[in-house]
Ligand binder design. Structure first.
Ligand code: FAD
Length: 350
């Protein structure tokens, strides 16, 4: 960690390397934890000093709007373990919260397991994955999730959550709603099998496989196809600061969609629950003319040129500037379509 030692208190640390938007913000106090005991030590320290705590994993789903006056606690616990279940070819695979999500996916693929391939190349750490039930290319972690272990920030007791207890929904879980701020996720367990079927019906996966003459794809081939698509469509945060999709895709009543479709017959839509349809937020934003727009005197932030759902920091933008842009886009979409789009990214304000 850039020369910093885990389990050690640092003061006045720049958070620029710890958020993929590349926002320059400072943490008054910073602590990286690589063991559950180091997490507990940090919680005690924060309590003694009345510091507010900000938990960070890879910082790929946060927008830092101000300096953090309290303690930033980076969860960096490592380790992956695998145990067989009673079912032939099926395993429970557990990763510590600080494992890089994509490394974990690659590890599961090396073991010949199905289930993670469509979630390849999502940035961030394992511990944050349940927060919003990360998903991509027709898969969500809830499809293979088994359980997780979390630490209660107040009682310092460990608790195991089953899938039902996590309340997963589209980019949602209890950790973002009813239990917000109460738990620190320490490890996550998935149930995976060495037998299965791949899901290639989403996006351009099938097209890429065909172009590469892959006729009978397994998880590794699907993962490679997903990586190819993602690399072609999404900006690499190491090159252009971003946090992936800034907004969630809104779900609207089918009746509202049918009215809108009279005016916008090409509006893409996907049925979800009975009577509800999902509209791609990227399409709505693009229709409002935002795709590729650059903002600021320095033209140093804006909306990505290939994907209108992604807000970008070309360098030097503040979190507040990006947040103001997000609010303007939200208002434009509402004015044009009567649809309220909600941010997916976690806004961090003091
Ligand atoms: C280029 C790009 C593409 C992306 N594509 C996708 C995608 O396809 N699908 C998708 O779902 N997301 C996507 N994302 C968003 C992001 O990668 C995921 O949400 C990821 O899970 C965030 O992980 P993180 O470790 O970076 O979390 P952080 O940004 O560090 O934290 C996110 C939130 O979780 C909390 N948190 C983090 N770790 C813990 C923990 N251990 N315990 C309790 N709370 C915790 C934080 O306080 C914060 O509120 C993308 C982001 C980028 C930059």
């Amino acid at each position: 960690m850039d020369g910093l030692q885990a389990g050690t208190l640092y003061n006045n640390i720049s958070l620029k390397p710890f958020n993929t938007f590349g926002i320059e913000a400072n943490a008054a106090h910073f602590w990286q934890a690589t063991t559950p005991n180091e997490v507990i030590e940090a919680l005690k320290l924060a309590k003694e000093n009345h510091w507010e705590i900000l938990i960070l994993g890879g910082g790929s789903n946060v927008l830092l709007c101000t300096d953090w006056e309290g303690l930033v606690l980076q969860i960096a616990l490592k380790g992956i373990s695998v145990v067989p279940t009673e079912k032939l070819n099926e395993v429970l695979i557990t990763a510590a919260a600080g494992e890089r999500w994509h490394n974990f996916v690659l590890h599961s693929l090396e073991l010949g397991l199905y289930g993670m391939e469509n979630l390849s190349l999502i940035p961030g750490c394992v511990g944050a994955a349940p927060m919003q039930n990360i998903g991509a290319y027709g898969a969500e972690i809830k499809d293979t999730f088994h359980s997780l272990v979390a630490l209660d920030r107040n009682s310092l007791q460990y608790r195991t959550f089953t899938k039902e207890e996590c309340g997963f929904g589209y980019r949602e879980s209890v950790f973002k709603s009813s239990l917000k701020g109460q738990y620190i996720i320490l490890s996550v367990t998935f149930k995976l099998s060495a037998e299965g079927e791949v899901n290639i019906g989403y996006g351009d996966i099938q097209k890429i496989l065909e172009a590469n003459d892959v006729t009978n794809p397994g998880p590794i081939e699907v993962s490679r196809a997903v990586i190819t698509i993602r690399e072609s469509k999404l900006p690499n945060p190491e090159v252009i600061g971003n946090a992936g999709s800034f907004f969630k895709n809104p779900e609207i009543p089918e009746s509202q969609y049918l009215e809108l479709a009279k005016v916008y017959p090409t509006m893409p839509h996907y049925p979800t629950h009975p009577g509800q349809v999902k509209i791609p937020a990227g399409w709505l934003i693009e229709q409002c003319g935002w795709k590729g727009k650059k903002m600021g005197d320095l033209q140093n932030y804006g909306v990505h040129e290939k994907q209108a759902l992604v807000l970008v920091n070309y360098g030097g933008a503040t979190g507040q500037e990006l947040w103001d842009l997000a609010i303007t886009i939200q208002a434009d979409v509402f004015q044009k379509f009567g649809i309220h789009i909600q941010p997916e990214v976690n806004l961090i304000k003091a």
